[in-house]
Design a protein around this ligand. Structure first.
Ligand SMILES: [Mn+2]
Length: 427
C-alpha cells in the first residue's frame, strides 16, 4: 500500500510538542558535553538497514507456523512492505533478496518498483540448504563441500546464477550462508571438507563482477548438529584470506555459542579489514530469530562501540559495511517487529556515537577499569530516542513509527487488500 504523506504530517504535528521538549533537553546536554548534535543526526539519517525479502511474512519453527494475515503474496508486495517501512522510518532503504524464493521475473520492472519507494538492492542470498524441485542432485549431504563433484558443480552454478540475478537488479554483493556440515563424529574428514569448499568458493569468486563482494557467513550448528564447515569467525576469516580482497566475513549475531564475546570478534575482523556486513537479530539461548535488542541491548551497544571505533579510526582500512536484519517473526506482526529491530539498531548506534572516546582511551591507557565502565555506561544509559525521532522527523518519516502503524490500522488494511490466509514465498 502507498502511504498518504498527509497522514504522517498529521501524526507528527500531534506529537511534535512533546518531542521538542524531550529533544531540546537531550540536544542541549549533548552539546554541553562537547558533541556536535547535527553531525550525529546526519550520521543517523545516513544509516540504512536492509530488510530481507523473507522477513515480511510470519516465520515459524520446525514444529509449526502461525500465519498472521495480510502477508505479501509476491516479490512486488514484499517490496511494497519494505517501501512502507522506509516511509515510516527512513532507515530501511534497501531490500535483500533470497534466490530462488524471490527470483525477479522482470528485473527492470522490479528495479523501477523498488526505486519508486527509494529502495536499493542489498546483497543477494543463495540457498543450498534445501532441495528445489527439478534439481538433479540432493543437498542432503552437503552442497559446496559435497564429496561428489557433480553436486558441488550444481551448487556453484546456483551461486553464479544468483550473482546474475543480482547484477540485473543493481546489487553489489553475494552472501553465502553455507549450511553444510555433519551430524555425527567421523562422518566427514574436516580437512577435506574445507578443501572442497575452498575450491567451490574459488570458482564462485572467479565469477564475481569487478565491483562485487562476497560475504561468507558462519554458524556453529544447525541444521547440522555435530559440525559445520564454516563454523566460526576463524573459519570465515580463513576462507576470506585465501580467496582475496573481495571476500569478507559476515557476522550474524545469532550464529554464536552462548556468551561468545561478539564485540571482540567484530574488532578482530575490522582490524584485518575483513568485515563485510552484519545480520542483526537477538537470542536468549541458541536461536537467531528474536527482535534485535529484545534480550541483550547492552551487547548490541558494545558491538556498535567497536563498529564506530572501526568506522572512525584512521588505523582501520575496512570496506563500507552492509547492514541487514535476519530474524524470524513468529508471533509478532512482521512489520512491527522490523520497526522495533531497526529502532534498536539505531539506538545502539546513537549511543555508540556519544561515547567520550578520548576519555575512554585515556582511561584505558591508565588501566582505570572503573572509569572506562563509567564512560561506556554513561553513553549506554542515555535515552537517545529523541535523537532518532528528530532524525526521522527531519527526513519526513514518523516520529513514532509503531504508533503511527497502529493508529492507521495498517495491518487491517493489508489483510483487506491481500486476505487473511496468505503465504509469503519461502516460508
Ligand atoms: Mn544470517
Amino acid at each position: 500500500m502507498i502511504l498518504d504523506k498527509s497522514l504522517l504530517d498529521q501524526h507528527n504535528s500531534q506529537g511534535n510538542a512533546l518531542h521538542q521538549k524531550k529533544y531540546g533537553l537531550l540536544a542541549s546536554v549533548l552539546q554541553d558535553e562537547g558533541h556536535n548534535v547535527n553531525t550525529i543526526l546526519e550520521r543517523l539519517a545516513a544509516f540504512q538497514v536492509a530488510i530481507p525479502s523473507w522477513a515480511l511474512g510470519t516465520g515459524g519453527t520446525r514444529f509449526g507456523r502461525f500465519a498472521g494475515g495480510g502477508e505479501p503474496r509476491s516479490l512486488e508486495e514484499k517490496i511494497e512492505d519494505v517501501g512502507l517501512l522506509h516511509a515510516l522510518n527512513q532507515s530501511s532503504g534497501a531490500i535483500s533478496l533470497h534466490i530462488p524464493w524471490d527470483i525477479p521475473q522482470n528485473p527492470k520492472a522490479i528495479q523501477q518498483l523498488a526505486a519508486s519507494f527509494e529502495l536499493k538492492f542489498d546483497a543477494v542470498n543463495s540457498n543450498t540448504f534445501q532441495d528445489q524441485e527439478n534439481q538433479d542432485y540432493s543437498y542432503k549431504f552437503g552442497s559446496l563441500s559435497h564429496t561428489d563433484k557433480a553436486v558441488r558443480d550444481q551448487a556453484i552454478a546456483h551461486n553464479v546464477e544468483v550473482i546474475r540475478h543480482g547484477v540485473e537488479l543493481g546489487s553489489k554483493s553475494l552472501t553465502i550462508w553455507l549450511s553444510d556440515g555433519t551430524d555425527f563424529p567421523g562422518q566427514q574428514n574436516f580437512r577435506r571438507s574445507f578443501a572442497r569448499t575452498l575450491d567451490s568458493f574459488e570458482q564462485i569468486y572467479a565469477q564475481l563482477p569487478a565491483d562485487w563482494k562476497v560475504f561468507i557467513e558462519y554458524k556453529p550448528y544447525e541444521p547440522h548438529f555435530y559440525s559445520t564447515v564454516v563454523a566460526d569467525w576463524g573459519s570465515s576469516l580463513l576462507f576470506c584470506q585465501k580467496l582475496g580482497e573481495k571476500a569478507l566475513g559476515l557476522v550474524d549475531l545469532g550464529h554464536h555459542l552462548p556468551n561468545t564475546n561478539i564485540e571482540q570478534i567484530v574488532s578482530r575482523f575490522l582490524m584485518e579489514g575483513k568485515l563485510g556486513g552484519f545480520h542483526f537479530n537477538d537470542s536468549k539461548y541458541g536461536d537467531d530469530d528474536l527482535t534485535v535488542g529484545a534480550m541483550r541491548p547492552y551487547q548490541l551497544f558494545l558491538i556498535f562501540n567497536e563498529l564506530v571505533d572501526g568506522m572512525t579510526s584512521s588505523e582501520i582500512k575496512n570496506p563500507e559495511l552492509s547492514w541487514m536484519i535476519d530474524a524470524s517473526h513468529n508471533i509478532k506482526d512482521p512489520l512491527e517487529d522490523l520497526m522495533q529491530s531497526v529502532e534498536a539498531i539505531m539506538i545502539a548506534y546513537a549511543q555508540a556515537l556519544i561515547i567520550n572516546r578520548p576519555a575512554l582511551e585515556k582511561a584505558q591507557l591508565q588501566n582505570d577499569a572503573t572509569l572506562a565502565q563509567e564512560i561506556l555506561q554513561n553513553a549506554y544509559r542515555t535515552d537517545v530516542r529523541p535523537l532518532l525521532a528528530e532524525a526521522r522527523f527531519k527526513a519526513g518519516a514518523a516520529l513514532n513509527p509503531v504508533g503511527f502503524y497502529r493508529e492507521q490500522k495498517i495491518r487491517k488494511e493489508l489483510i483487506k487488500q491481500r486476505g487473511e490466509k496468505t503465504y509469503s514465498t519461502g516460508l
